[in-house]
Design a protein. Sequence first.
Length: 275
Amino acid sequence: MGASVAVTAVAVDAAIFEPNYPKLVELTLPLKRLPAAWDGLRIAQLSDFHYDDDFSVVPLRKAVDVINRLQPDIVLLTGDFVTAPFVVAHRKKAAGMAEPCAQLLAKLKAKLGLYGCMGNHDAATDPDHIADILRSHNIKVLRNQSVPLEKDGKRVWLGAVDDVIGGLANLDTTLQKVPADEAVMLMVHEPDYATYVAKHPVDLQVSGHTHGGQVRIPLIGAPILPDWGVKYPKGLYEVGNLTLYTNVGIGTVDLPVRFYCPPEITLFTLKSSSS
């Protein structure tokens, strides 16, 4: 009887409580090449929405409220706005879920705006349509491109590669306009791409994709992780001179459950070594 009650309690927590209550993770990140003018830049990150009207919408609404209370300078949205179904013929229809997702994300407020990149589920449905929907809601989608942000005459660059799993990422194109001595922040949906990014002059990579495994077993970790999300599945890493952070996401795939891996809102405060 006791074991049955315990199993039921764990199942209820994994299916009802944990997936619906996003956790705020706050980190201070020193970046050697960050200009003093940009010291204290506050970046909020959300990832892996996998929007649906029944499950992911709940933690996403809560995350929007939390971020707006935090008043970040910029918000980064690192892909998988929708879920690609197993039946290929249904995938273009699935891209339509980007509209209600974008409507909710558009409620986010940030002084320097909202920026996003494509994920593998987006790339497998109708990425051009998804990008157009996001842009129509004032979310700037970057696909193998970088844009400069300027403050007091000093620049930092924000870039994003297109989806790695889909073979669409082109880091050389993304960085081609960036001066070699200026700091770069890069959105990449799949974190394991960091091994390649670390060979280039990029300071910070923010990723998602893994969901942290969605289910994590104490002292063991995640029994299942996706391709391109095995080396760096969760949290903060140093990959050579590159700082990498993998956010565990908001939504879920396959089953709407999380265990020892709640949805995440990340808030970074960047620090300059020259400030």
